[in-house]
Ligand binder design. Structure first.
Ligand code: ATP
Ligand code: MG
Length: 394
């Protein structure tokens, strides 16, 4: 009996003529996620099968694939001969494993017969196999409406595949099939979630972070690197650009109106991010802003921020409450790191009375008080660049 991972994919089956492209992207993403395991990824009739994962690493591999965007759900399956006795054996073995973990369960058998030459019809397979499992395991009960365990049998041309249970994937689309964007990554709760959401739409994401050493600490930097690493578990490999921002921030602070410093700082961040985006082929900028969350996120402030760049700025959290964002941050595993208490460069320089309704013409004037060109060039030259990758397979 060979172990196989059976992948059901998310919305990419809707893609009509583009379907082969999306399928190939997903197959590539799956193979990369399991590297350096030399797996074979086979696309067949609305399913993807991953062969070559040793049985004892199947759990770890499945866990890894459950983070690959484009995966709707997956199952660890056994490939067996197309023979009912062999299928029953495999189902019993899988069931024994599943029951070891949960004690007892309700179940339902699902069968798909792609090979119509197989002598039993789908309904017969379900009934017979259900009977075999009930006889064998007293801890099992049938529940056809909301079974805890879905036992699946797929009869294909070459072999039959049997599984017990499903692991949910994240949905979305394979990273890279929808272009590239640059995420403004702070150390906060919001921006990692924003990056996750854009990557989930199939967009390859790189990240840029501005730090103001010595006003912000080395630990604040490490925290951002860690957030990028967590994001890379889903969207990796991911480039992180760490940009020294102190000179620019001090110049704003010294020479521009105090109430406008936050908005000006945001404009300068956007300008630098746009430069990096153009150098690296990113087609859009992404931030974690939401309407009204703080003074720099009023509609007026967002308008003034947009005015600094010509690339589109995506704000996937624009209509989210903080609570909803926190929930998502917990679900994707970034929350614990985001709430570590190290200062980021915005909190260090917060004005006491920030403008909440800045005007574009006024802010352009204030920004023109300083010639930032050389400072921007220097910041880009002194930037540190890292590549974060998913952890190696356990
Ligand atoms: P977050 O939780 O993402 O930090 P926030 O609610 O604290 O967001 P701000 O600090 O106003 O809001 O930042 C708004 C957005 O600007 C962030 O979501 C992020 O995209 C970007 N940003 C803020 N500070 C930085 C920084 N130091 N480096 C890179 N991007 C930043
Ligand atoms: Mg912040």
């Amino acid at each position: 009996m060979e172990t196989v991972l059976l992948i059901r994919y998310a919305e990419i089956h809707l893609k009509g003529l583009n379907r082969p492209y999306f399928e190939r992207s997903l197959a590539g993403a799956l193979a990369r996620a399991l590297a350096p395991l030399p797996v074979q990824v086979v696309r067949e009739q609305g399913r993807i099968f991953v062969f070559g994962v040793p049985g004892e690493r199947a759990e770890a591999a499945a866990k890894r694939l459950s983070r690959v965007f484009g995966v709707h759900s997956l199952s660890i399956a056994l490939a067996v001969e197309k023979d009912f006795a062999a299928i029953s054996d495999a189902a019993a073995r899988l069931m024994e494993q599943a029951l070891r973990e949960r004690g007892h369960a309700t179940f339902k058998v699902f069968a798909r017969r792609a090979d119509k030459r197989f002598p039993m019809r789908s309904a017969d397979i379900c009934a017979e196999l259900g009977g075999v499992l009930l006889d064998r395991f007293a801890q099992l009960k049938v529940d056809v409406h909301a079974p805890e365990l879905r036992v699946g049998v797929e009869i294909r041309q070459e072999r039959a595949f049997v599984y017990a249970g499903e692991i949910m994937g994240p949905g979305g689309m394979p990273v890279g099939c929808n272009g590239r964007a640059l995420l403004l990554l702070s150390g906060g709760i919001d921006s990692p979630v924003a990056g996750y959401m854009i990557a989930k739409r199939g967009v390859a994401v790189d990240a840029i972070h501005f730090y103001s050493y010595p006003y912000t600490s080395e630990r604040a930097r490490d925290k951002v690197v860690e957030l990028a690493r967590l994001l890379a578990q889903y969207a990796g490999p991911l480039r992180l650009h760490l940009i020294p921002f102190t000179d620019i921030q001090l110049a704003i602070y010294d020479r521009c109106p105090a109430s406008e410093t936050t908005v000006l700082m945001r404009r300068l961040m956007m300008r630098i991010a746009e430069r990096v985006a153009r150098d690296t082929g990113a087609q859009a900028l992404v931030t974690g802003e939401a309407i009204g969350q703080v003074a720099s996120q009023t509609i007026e402030s967002l308008t003034v921020t947009n005015d600094a760049v010509t690339l589109p700025v995506f704000r996937p959290l624009i209509g989210f409450d903080k609570e909803e964002i926190v929930e998502r941050a917990k679900a994707i595993g970034t929350f614990g790191t985001s709430i570590l208490p190290y200062e980021d460069c915005c909190t260090v320089f917060v004005p006491q009375h920030p403008v909440t309704k800045p005007r574009v013409d006024k802010l352009r004037e204030s920004e023109a008080l300083v010639d930032f060109t050389d400072m921007i060039d220097r910041a880009l030259r002194d930037a540190e660049r890292l590549t974060l990758r998913p952890d190696p397979l356990a």
